[in-house]
Design a binder for this molecule. Structure first.
Ligand SMILES: Nc1ncnc2c1ncn2[C@@H]1O[C@H](COP(=O)(O)OP(=O)(O)O)[C@@H](O)[C@H]1O
Ligand SMILES: [Mg+2]
Length: 259
């Protein structure tokens, strides 16, 4: 799903942010990307999102390669890659539901598609009751859930999270982690950049990639909790399976679990 081959990134003026970094994240995998401030975590995520191009080497995301992608294909790539930030980056003058809807409007989705989808997304992140709240009426944890719903609006195959718990207390951090883990269980690969020691200690089964000074210094190599990756076609709805289960349980009352 994501492959870095000997990726080096120089920024003008500040020198080498990444040096010859190689790794592979498979479909449906969950990875912590860690390392101290300045190690290159955000640079890795921006390369995956193709906001920046490597100076040398190649970044592959789904079927797109940084060396061959055309400018007009970038929006297609971005639809497959959701992004969540430490500082949420919600539009303050828009409500929670409008923030999520906006991500769909820019893809040209119709009004009749957008409304039910926004509600489904907010429902799955636990924020349906706060749909009409403005960001400044929400807690940090709630804002991050809105940001996650927005990032999932295009049913991405990859979710990138850049220190998403950096502004949250421990309880909200664990809530956000658990939500992202659930999204991962539904077939979305996740790269979760963090140096949050609580999370790293608490979830030791998660694969860890560690950067230091732009070098990849450690790869634990396995995600012990990983289920066989759930294959979801590009653009297939992320919460489809949960929605199907919900529909089945309301339709088949008393029928017990289906085979
Ligand atoms: N846009 C930029 N221009 C110049 N230098 C940058 C830019 N972004 C990051 N850097 C430098 O690249 C290095 C890696 O930064 P970054 O990827 O943001 O690390 P992290 O996210 O791990 O804190 C740092 O030395 C930083 O100063
Ligand atoms: Mg960073």
């Amino acid at each position: 799903m994501i492959r870095f081959r000997d990726v080096t990134k120089h920024y003008p003026r500040s020198g080498t942010a990444l040096g010859e970094v190689s790794f592979h994240v498979r479909k449906g995998e969950f990875v912590f990307l860690t390392g101290p401030s300045g190690a290159g975590k955000t640079t890795v995520l921006r390369l995956v999102h193709m906001e920046i191009a490597p100076t040398r080497g190649d970044v592959m995301v789904s079927r797109f390669s940084s060396s061959r992608i055309r400018r007009r294909e970038i929006p297609q790539l971005r639809r497959r890659v959701g992004f969540v930030f430490q500082d949420f980056r919600l539009l303050e003058r828009f409500t929670a539901e409008e923030n999520v809807a906006f991500a769909l409007q820019v893809t040209g989705a119709s009004r009749s598609e957008i409304k039910p989808k926004v509600h489904r997304l907010l429902d799955h992140v636990g924020l349906a009751p706060r749909a009409t709240a403005y960001p400044n009426e929400l807690s940090g944890g709630e804002r991050q859930r809105v940001a996650i719903a927005r990032a999932l609006a295009t049913d991405p195959l990859v979710l990138l999270a850049d220190e998403p718990t950096g502004n949250l207390d421990e309880r909200a951090s664990i809530g956000v982690f658990e939500l992202v883990r659930r999204v991962n269980g539904l077939g979305t690969a996740v790269v979760f950049a963090t140096h949050d020691a609580t999370l790293l200690r608490r979830y030791q089964d998660v694969r860890v990639l560690e950067l230091e000074g732009g070098r990849l210094v450690y790869d634990s190599g396995t995600d012990a909790a990983a289920r066989p990756p759930l294959r979801r076609a590009p653009g297939a709805p992320i919460f489809e399976l949960l929605d199907e289960k919900a529909a089945a349980s309301t339709a088949g009352e008393g029928a017990g679990p289906t085979a």
